[in-house]
Every structure is written in structure tokens, then in C-alpha cells.
Design a protein around this ligand. Structure first.
Ligand code: FPP
Length: 259
């Protein structure tokens, strides 16, 4: 693949990735599926470093969906084990780079050892200023929205929220990580073109990029190709091309500075 020309001036601020194709990568090599997940960890490391070196502020990785709990027990156990190992082995590097590790999802469902590894990484990197690395774990977009609605209803019952004052910005404040700007770019690997219950609210205006590259083969050059494609697009947020860029940006900025 030839190197992609990307402008460091117009990088997406937040990239979200659906890491798909681990199982097929392994099966194509006559290997058990879990070997694909193991290989996928190398892609995670490469992409985390690349995002940091390019200077992007937010990276969200779909590491384990609510639906993934329905996979065979051995595969669920391996994914949890890999998460734990990744967090333990890469904590020093996150500290050196000043990266803040965060998580979103139904964390109560995690095994104790995974939860402990998550809590440790989050606590240790809490004050790091060098960009957010967010893992969506046991995450479902619909569950996140229902959870927000439940908490809002309770607040309304208690009288701390006025239903007549509710707008998109007020609702978004009840999502898991309300301070994080919406993704500008969604990348999905593995030759599929679905959102799969990922960040349903936050992806409203994201540019979507899909690639046939299986996740274990995904490296910086593929990320740069996605960014180059993103930079070739015009983001209008429902407006027209004739309207100046500043107006479009303002129209897209519903939560914290969406672009
Ligand atoms: C989808 O591939 C990928 C996952 C369900 C999990 C992604 C996990 C990793 C990359 C490894 C561990 C993660 C971290 C953050 C250290 P699939 O198995 O659905 O692929 P298939 O569609 O080819 O079967």
C-alpha cells in the first residue's frame, strides 16, 4: 500500500475503531480463533502508538461488546485474559506517553481480575494530559442510552431535572463519558459495514470508513489511509457546501466541540 498523504493540520480529533476480523484472520491460517485475538493485540499496540505520535486526542476501541458475552466461554475468557495482560503490560508505556486510559461499558459484568486490571490502569493514568485511550468493554450503545434515560428519569422524579428543559446537550450529559467529544471518524476493519451497537448516540455525524483489512493486519499505514480518506471528505452536518466551514462546525458542535 503506498504511503497516504495526510495533513497534520486537519486530523480527526477523535477516532473510534471497530476491530473486526480476528476470527477470520485465524481461520484463514488454520489457527484457532483465539490466536486471532492474540494477534489483534499487536494491532492495538501499533494503533495506540500511532494515534499518540500523530497527535490525535481521543481513540476509542471496541474491545468487547455486550453481545460478545454470548460467545463460547473459552473465547470470552481469552478476551478477558488478553485485556488484563494488555493493561498490565502497557501501563508503563501509557504513563511515559502521558496517555489517560478510560473505559466505558457495563463494567459490573467483568470478572473480578479484569475489573481489577481496569480499575488499576484507570486510576494510575487518571491525571495524564496526553490524550485519552478509551476501551469500550462490555459495551452496548442501546444499553448506554437506556442507562442514561433511567438516570434522567430518576433525576426528574427527584426534581433535579425539568423534562421541559431537556435537549440533546442535557441528555448527552448522562452518557458514560460526557466530556469526550463525538468521534469524527469511525473505522471498521474486517470487510463489514455495520455499526454493531457501537456509540449509537455519539456517531451521529461521524465519517465512516471501512476496510477489507482484517484487524490483526491493521497497522499505522492503514490508519493513515483512513485519515487521508477522512480528509478528502466535506463535513456538512446537514448544511450545504456553500455555507462557510465555520458555520458547519458550529452546527456540529452539539456536545463538547463536535466537528
Ligand atoms: C472482533 O473479531 C474482535 C473482537 C470481538 C475483540 C477485539 C479484541 C482484541 C483486538 C484483542 C484484545 C483487546 C485488547 C484491547 C487488548 P471477531 O472475532 O468477531 O472476528 P470475525 O468476524 O472474523 O469472527
Amino acid at each position: 500500500m503506498p504511503p497516504s498523504e495526510i495533513s497534520l493540520e486537519r486530523l480527526p480529533r477523535h477516532v473510534a475503531i471497530i476491530m473486526d476480523g480476528n476470527g477470520r484472520w485465524a481461520e484463514a491460517r488454520g489457527l484457532p480463533r483465539n490466536r486471532g485475538h492474540l494477534a489483534g493485540v499487536e494491532s492495538v499496540k501499533d494503533v495506540v502508538r500511532s494515534v499518540h505520535e500523530l497527535g490525535m486526542e481521543y481513540l476509542t476501541l471496541y474491545a468487547f461488546s455486550s453481545e460478545n458475552w454470548n460467545r463460547p466461554d473459552s473465547e470470552v475468557a481469552e478476551l478477558m485474559r488478553l485485556l488484563e495482560i494488555y493493561l498490565a503490560e502497557n501501563l508503563d508505556e501509557a504513563e511515559e506517553r502521558g496517555v489517560r486510559i478510560r473505559v466505558m461499558g457495563e463494567l459490573d459484568r467483568l470478572p473480578d481480575s479484569t475489573r481489577a486490571a481496569v480499575d488499576k490502569a484507570v486510576a494510575a493514568t487518571r491525571n495524564n494530559p496526553g490524550g485519552d485511550l478509551i476501551f469500550a468493554i462490555s459495551y452496548g450503545g442501546r444499553a448506554e442510552i437506556v442507562d442514561a434515560a433511567r438516570r434522567l428519569m430518576r433525576a426528574a422524579e427527584e426534581g433535579t431535572v425539568d423534562p421541559d428543559q431537556l435537549d440533546e446537550k442535557a441528555f448527552a450529559a448522562y452518557l458514560y463519558l460526557p466530556d469526550v467529544p463525538d468521534p469524527d471518524l469511525l473505522v471498521r476493519t474486517g470487510d463489514e459495514c455495520r455499526i454493531s451497537n457501537f456509540l449509537l448516540w455519539q456517531l451521529a455525524y461521524a465519517e465512516i470508513y471501512t476496510t477489507p483489512v482484517m484487524w490483526p493486519n491493521f497497522r499505522r499505514e492503514h490508519l493513515e489511509a483512513a485519515i487521508a480518506d477522512y480528509q478528502s471528505r466535506e463535513r456538512r452536518f446537514g448544511m450545504t457546501s456553500a455555507q462557510p466551514e465555520t458555520e458547519s462546525a458550529a452546527a456540529g458542535g452539539g456536545r463538547t466541540g463536535r466537528r
